[in-house]
Design a protein around this ligand. Structure first.
Ligand SMILES: [Zn+2]
Length: 333
């Protein structure tokens, strides 16, 4: 039984491929961060190595060891942090090492599964080296590439993968799953569903790790305070965030999503649509904020925010892009 929730099309495509013995040599799982791509990749590895009657059974020894991350034939290749600092790329050395590993027969299972997460972290040299491996796929090896930015991968790599798209879950379905499978209290489940924008992985992580909600609160404190600050202080903020962008773009883009949700909520609260806000736990504050700002200015800011996100995706100088955004903040009374 496949456990992946809400990704019926992707799961059905995988099941068909496996049932007909015609799985791809490489799959590309595409979707927003923490939507469930990594979970689905592991489940595929389980399906290929399961010893139960209905793969993936989640209960046999290979299934359990894959879930625990200790199966010798299932390997996740990601960005490695070293003593010298944080790496932001998957290096050519990592890919060369991979080439060596995949030339060996699986140690214990039927199929070696290599998950590259995130695949877009492979730098150009690494992508070139990986392409060579992909062009002559060794038998009994499956590659699963995970990305939220397929445009950052070479077309020659994309063309050799079967692409499966994962989408956010409808919020009621996600909310119900949180309540039933993870025993989250109803009000909290509703909040996490909205904050996650349908990304189940994010919602579960936020449920299990209080730190994530603390980080959100800190970010929201800045977001609320910045319109009152001087232009120098705002540019200081822009410079801070821009500095982080080169190391950790996912986190910075997530902060911009918090900006968007917050100001969209201010707009909703000012037009009496309190019940559809994202930041459910901050309804009273939002109501007070809504009375302070001119909705027309909030709309201008939200447009500027969308443009900033586009510019960052297009690799415009991040500091410049964020400074422009800081100039468009709604004016406090
Ligand atoms: Zn199993």
């Amino acid at each position: 039984m496949w456990q992946t929730l809400g990704q019926d099309r992707a799961v059905a495509a995988l099941q068909r491929g496996l049932a007909q013995g015609r799985r791809a040599h490489a799959y590309l799982l595409v979707g927003p961060p923490q939507v469930g791509k990594g979970t689905l990749a592991l489940e595929l590895a389980q399906a290929l190595n399961c010893e139960g009657p209905e793969p993936p059974c989640q209960e046999c020894s290979p299934c359990r060891r894959i879930a625990a991350g200790i199966h010798a034939d299932v390997q996740v290749v990601g960005v490695e942090a070293t003593d010298g600092g944080i790496h932001k790329d998957i290096s050519i050395d990592q890919i060369r090492e991979l080439g060596r590993v995949v030339s060996l027969r699986p140690f214990e299972g039927r199929c070696r599964v290599i998950i590259i997460d995130p695949a877009d972290a492979m730098n150009e040299a690494a992508q070139n080296a990986f392409l060579k491996t992909l062009e002559e796929p060794p038998p009994d090896v499956l590659f699963v590439l995970i990305t939220s930015r397929p445009q950052a991968l070479r077309a020659t790599i994309l063309s050799r993968c079967q692409r499966l798209d994962l989408s956010p879950l409808p919020l009621p379905q996600l909310e119900e799953a949180l309540r039933q499978r993870w025993s989250v209290a109803p009000r909290q489940a509703q909040l996490l569903a909205r904050l996650s924008r349908g990304r189940l992985g994010w919602a579960i992580a936020a449920h299990q790790d209080e730190e994530m909600m603390r980080v959100r609160h800190e970010a929201l404190t800045d977001i609320r305070a910045l319109p009152e600050r001087t232009i120098q202080e705002r540019f200081g903020y822009a410079s801070d965030v821009a500095g982080r962008f080169s190391r950790d773009r996912t986190t910075v883009l997530a902060v911009l999503d918090l900006w968007r949700d917050w100001w969209r909520d201010v707009l909703l609260a000012s037009s009496g649509c309190q019940d559809v806000i994202t930041n459910l736990d901050l309804g009273d504050i939002l109501k007070a904020e809504a009375s302070r700002y001119d909705p027309a200015q909030v709309v201008v800011f939200l447009r500027s925010l969308a443009a900033t996100k586009r510019r960052l995706e297009e690799n415009v100088n991040p500091r410049l892009a964020l400074e422009v955004l800081m100039l468009d903040l709604p004016a406090p009374p």
